[in-house]
Design a protein around this ligand. Structure first.
Ligand SMILES: C[S@@+](CC[C@H](N)C(=O)[O-])C[C@H]1O[C@@H](n2cnc3c(N)ncnc32)[C@H](O)[C@@H]1O
Length: 324
């Protein structure tokens, strides 16, 4: 099953995600590629564990979905997100039995190590989301990244490291086969939490049923308001936690109103959201986050509604109410 960010709760719960098997072990695979690992790994358990796979590539997501469905593993959940966002926002504290990372992108060039997944902050986040006795399994062909990950795990102060042979299924992935054909060996390590400091989930919620709680503003536009031009607007939070870029403004042919397209970046989470500016019967206009695309309400998305409101104020609008 494919889940979008908006399909999750923040944090979510196995009882909701796997209603038929909530008590089974919960395993997260990061960067599942074309999905070959799980159909080899799942049958090594007496009962299929609950599976969640996270991947950045949309093409890989579709390939893996087909593979899991064909293997009768369609109850596993796949999502296209950065792993950090999923772990931080969706996975509750102390919930996962295992986090599996096979052949992560090595970012081999000097100066690119900050792009690597397995750095100390990742290990601290992973430790807070694993159950007592849980573990992170890493398999990689890349000598330097392997040593780097082991050092980062030690530096995190919350992980013990054990080096050993990889599970057989990790040697069946596309990248395992690719490196084997080149004569390269795989390294494997098991990282087990020794302590954990709780890493907060953050302020984030799905689009609510009750639209009155959606970020919005009510304002009166000047009688002359008829935009023919729109320059991109960029707003950054004072603490650098979000950036909002208002990219464009579109007029509605059917209704008295417009729609703004906003790009919202908060750490690794990026959302493109629409913010409507719609005429109301009393002559005022409602500025409100649109439901289209399943946006998640975050501080940055609220700020985007604020940025549209402020842009309208700069055009002469008078704000009657702010709800963001
Ligand atoms: C080298 S490939 C390995 C794929 C697969 N595990 C295999 O062994 O064939 C690394 C994968 O990790 C994914 N990836 C990289 N960074 C990620 C992140 N932050 N969150 C989720 N997936 C990520 C990439 O899109 C890519 O598909």
């Amino acid at each position: 099953m494919i889940y979008r960010l908006g399909d999750f709760h923040f944090p979510d719960a196995p009882a909701r995600l796997y209603p038929d098997t909530p008590g089974r072990p919960w395993m997260l695979e990061i960067g599942f590629g074309d999905g070959r690992f799980w159909p080899h790994y799942a049958p090594t358990f007496p009962e299929t564990p609950n599976y969640l796979g996270v991947e950045l590539s949309g093409v890989s997501l579709l390939k893996a979905h087909r593979r899991l469905t064909e293997a009768g593993l369609g109850s596993g959940l796949l999502t296209k997100l950065p792993a950090d966002v999923l772990l931080r926002k969706v996975i509750p504290h102390g919930a996962l039995d295992r986090i599996i990372v096979n052949f992560p992108d090595p970012w081999p060039k000097a100066g690119h190590t900050e792009h690597r997944l397995l750095r100390a902050p990742f290990f601290r986040l992973a430790a807070s989301r694993l159950k007592p006795g849980g573990e992170v399994l890493l398999t990689t062909d890349h000598d330097e990244y392997f040593d780097f990950a082991v050092q980062e795990a030690h530096a995190s102060g919350v992980m013990a490291v054990q080096v050993g042979p990889p599970p057989a299924a990790a040697l069946e992935t596309k990248y395992a086969q690719k490196w084997r054909d080149l004569g390269l060996d795989a390294h494997h390590a098991r990282f087990t939490p020794t302590a954990h400091a709780p890493v907060p989930h953050g302020d984030l919620r799905p689009y609510p049923e009750d639209e009155s709680t959606v970020p919005h503003a009510v304002l009166t536009l000047p009688a002359t308001f008829a935009p023919t031009d729109f320059d991109k607007v960029t707003v950054r939070s004072p603490h650098g936690t979000w950036t909002v870029i208002l990219l464009d403004l579109y007029g509605s042919l059917r209704r008295d109103g417009w729609v703004t397209l906003a790009h919202v970046v908060e750490g690794e989470l990026t959302q493109e959201v629409l913010i409507g500016i719609t005429g109301r019967e009393d002559g005022t206009h409602l500025v409100r986050l649109a439901k289209f695309g399943g946006p998640i309400i975050t501080p940055g998305v609220k700020a985007a509604v604020g940025a549209v409101t402020q842009w309208l104020e700069a055009q002469g609008a008078v704000v009657r109410h702010r709800g963001y």
